[in-house]
Design a binder for this molecule. Structure first.
Ligand SMILES: [Zn+2]
Length: 772
């Protein structure tokens, strides 16, 4: 009997963006990466897109896009980040869905609740918006509507399923212990995780008369992947799958059924991040399934459901979830379910945190409709604009047509409409489930939730003529005071808010200071007559310098949050003890500059002042690493030219010479010298050998990282631009040289590129890169 196998991956990271900038601040625990999104993408999401299959000599025989063969959902906020940071990984996900659609008639991709909020704890309006935004987001990336939707933490109740069915979502995945009973021949039979037959989808009847399909994943095997190390060995992994498939086939035969379904639910970071090379074990198993070994065939859930509609009805426990045995208490009370590793800590803070966020949400919602009178034709039009706003979040280029369809206003009033929508988005983001998941309120996840709420309340204040914004923030902080932290340095959640969250606020002075320094580090500081702009994903700062006396500049700044046209105007002045416009001053200025900013036309008493030392640590870490990266961009070409000269002047060492003269002065150009060594095909062989010797001796650890990065960039550039004239033999020679000085060179991205271009076009290069 054939068994259908569906391996599902849940790809999600909590929103980590600084809500003022829209960019993720530095997360030191993820070093050497910038933040955890980047770290998990490099360790898991990207390896799954190009999973290696090796022969017995360790050479690459195949690069598998696992997204072509597994069912998956990816969080909309993760995809939004990925679109900017790792677009090629996102492309592989989209391509994987398209290929699976062509093969099975239904796509591998499932949608996911937009902000990963716990749906049974959300208001009906918020539930509807989270689903609608998720659908619009999905449609934007994958080019068709979603059939299934992943529920955050599998948290479910009938109203949630009703909301999904209202928007034509046809199926969800649940944990087996969320089933309460199965209805068969009119008889209701209680079930539990052990007795539920997971080999078939079930119909869940809804009070409205509609229904939705629930697929219950295989609990034991899904657990074993996460906790028993099944991914250490591909064949072992397959054997376990085949064993369970055999059980399901036997069970189905007993019941007179055909082709049972084996569904595994896993977290995306299991592959690679939790288990190094886990993606290779998965690729191995997928290859077995694709070949039909052991009568197991791969499928995805909508394809299976279309061919085998549910025959029986299931009743679910409600509310229930996959990570709290008490329903959904984990996200509102001290139920005992927790994570974080501190024995004896309590989670009584969860209730007050949720109350505080609810208070902020209600204030925001009320303000949206009051202030929205100036921007939208009616309350119904405001509601419609909010419901459709997900289209703009997915595709910012739609802002103009969105404004034409939904706003009744122009100019400043239109700016206000965008602010109000952004305010709602931040308020919804504050409900991402991870805030309650761990064991204390003084952790980054609850702090992030409070930061999103603060940003929403800030916009409320900016767009409110009255004192409602201040009152709402006071009420919010007051509620947080009822939350007790387990850590002695904080009395309450209010302390956490005051000492950890409020300093994260990027006011106009902080934005102008950061923009000035980032521009200066890229040699783009404003000068009188030459304005300059710096843009983050959510905000841009235009700095117009009117005066410059060497140590200080003054001018006008225009700050525009996303989609705003007019923006807000400020007067600014930066003062630094070191000269502002000389090379390298960006770094002196980084430590010493003082930025003073006030709204244009406002009295001096309303000015605010910022120094780098006053920025929150995550933001100042981000600023520093961005400035250093900008510096590399600016200085790279000059250092490369210097390295070219140096390489041309190198002569073979004479007898008794064992080192270069004064090697300490060579340190800076070493990575560029490595590039020169790779790409300079005209260098006489004696010099080539000499260069190889110097690099083998003098390329220090961190310089190797930069050297490898620069060499990959050159190699990828040459592959993407064949018109530059490097043929297979030349590129193979480049790679060969690099392999001699860096036998451990990481060619991963270059291998992917060669694979996609067709390795038959680059046989010599492919050999050097480790292909069979
Ligand atoms: Zn619990």
């Amino acid at each position: 009997m054939v068994v259908s196998l569906c391996i599902h991956g849940h790809f999600y990271q909590p929103p980590r963006e600084d809500p003022w900038l829209g960019t993720i601040p530095a997360e030191p625990s993820a070093a050497p990466m910038r933040n955890w999104n980047e770290r998990i993408t490099r360790e898991s999401y990207a390896p799954l897109a190009w999973a290696r299959r090796l022969d017995d000599r360790g050479r690459i025989t195949d690069l598998v896009n696992c997204y072509e063969w597994i069912s998956f959902n990816a969080g909309p906020t993760l995809l939004r980040w990925m679109r900017q940071a790792f677009p090629r990984v996102l492309d592989r996900m989209i391509d994987g869905d398209a290929k699976s659609r062509a093969r099975w008639g239904h796509g591998n991709a499932m949608a996911q609740i937009y902000h990963h909020m716990i749906m049974p704890l959300a208001t009906p309006e918020d539930r509807a918006i989270e689903i609608r935004w998720a659908i619009d987001d999905f449609r934007h990336y994958f080019g068709h509507g979603p059939e299934g939707m992943w529920l955050s933490e599998c948290a479910v109740d009938l109203p949630t399923l009703e909301s999904l069915a209202d928007q034509d979502i046809r199926f969800v995945i649940l944990a087996p212990r969320q089933a309460r009973a199965v209805v068969e021949n009119g008889e209701t039979v209680p079930v539990d995780e052990g007795s539920l037959k997971v080999g078939e989808p079930y119909r869940v009847a809804l009070p409205s008369g509609k229904s939705i399909t629930a697929v219950f994943y295989h609990g034991g095997l899904s657990q074993a992947i996460a906790f028993e190390g099944l991914l250490r060995n591909g064949e072992h992994f397959w054997q376990r799958i085949a064993g369970e498939a055999g059980n399901l086939a036997w069970q189905a035969r007993e019941m007179g059924r055909e082709s049972p379904l084996l569904t595994l639910a896993t977290d995306g970071e299991t592959y690679g991040h939790h288990f190094t090379f886990g993606e290779m074990a998965l690729a191995y198993a997928l290859a077995q399934g694709a070949s039909g070994r052991d009568d197991i065939h791969l499928t995805n859930l909508p394809a299976y459901i279309a061919a085998h509609p549910p025959l029986r009805e299931a009743l679910i426990w409600e509310p229930s979830s996959w990570s709290c045995v008490h329903g959904v208490e984990r996200w509102r009370s001290d139920c005992g379910c927790t994570d974080g590793g501190h024995y004896g800590w309590n989670q009584r803070w969860r209730g007050p945190l949720r109350c505080a966020l609810n208070l902020a949400r209600d204030a925001v919602k009320q303000h949206f409709f009051t202030a929205g009178k100036a921007c939208f034709k009616s309350p119904a039009a405001a509601q419609a604009a909010l419901a459709a706003y997900g289209e703009v979040l997915a595709a910012p280029q739609r802002a103009e047509s969105f404004a034409a369809a939904h706003f009744k206003c122009d100019g400043a009033a239109q700016d206000k409409a965008w602010k109000l929508l952004a305010m709602q988005e931040q308020s919804l983001a504050s409900f991402a489930s991870c805030a309650w998941f761990f064991d204390d309120i003084a952790r980054i996840e609850p702090e992030n939730a409070m930061t999103f709420a603060l940003r929403a309340l800030d916009i409320l204040r900016e767009t409110d003529g009255d004192d409602n914004g201040n009152r709402a923030q006071e009420a919010f902080a007051g509620e947080l005071q009822k939350a007790e932290s387990n850590q002695s340095e904080y009395d309450s959640g209010k302390d956490v808010f005051t000492s950890e969250v409020l300093p994260r606020r990027d006011d106009a002075a902080a934005l102008c200071l950061m923009a000035w320094l980032l521009l200066a580090s890229g040699n783009r500081a404003p000068k009188p007559g030459a304005p300059s702009s710096y843009a983050w994903p959510e905000v841009s700062v235009e700095l117009i310098a009117e005066t410059d006396d060497g140590h200080s500049q003054e001018g006008t700044a225009i700050i525009r949050a996303s989609h705003e046209r007019l923006g807000s105007r400020y007067s600014w002045r930066i003062v630094s003890p070191s000269r502002l416009q000389e090379p390298g001053t960006a770094f002196t200025a980084l430590a010493e500059a003082v930025m003073t900013v006030r709204p244009e036309g406002a009295p001096k008493s309303r000015a605010t002042t910022r120094k780098v030392s006053e920025l929150s640590q995550p933001v100042s870490d981000l600023l520093l690493s961005s400035c250093l990266e900008n510096r590399e961009q600016v200085m790279g070409p000059e250092l490369q030219a210097l390295a070219e000269h140096a390489a041309s002047m190198i002569r073979p060492w004479r007898e008794a010479q064992h080192d270069i003269i004064r090697p300490e002065f060579w340190t800076t150009i070493m990575p560029y010298l490595a590039v020169e060594y790779m790409i300079n095909d005209r260098l006489p062989e004696t010099q080539q050998i000499q260069l190889e010797r110097i690099l083998s001796q003098h390329l220090p650890d961190k310089a190797r990282t930069l050297a490898a990065d620069l060499m990959r960039r050159y190699m990828l550039g040459a592959l993407e631009n064949p018109s530059h004239g490097q043929n297979d033999a030349t590129l193979a020679a480049w790679a060969g040289r690099v392999n001699r000085i860096m036998p451990d060179m990481d060619w991963w991205t270059v291998q992917n590129s060669v694979w996609e271009l067709g390795r038959e076009k680059y046989p010599a290069l492919a050999g050097e890169l480790g292909f069979a």
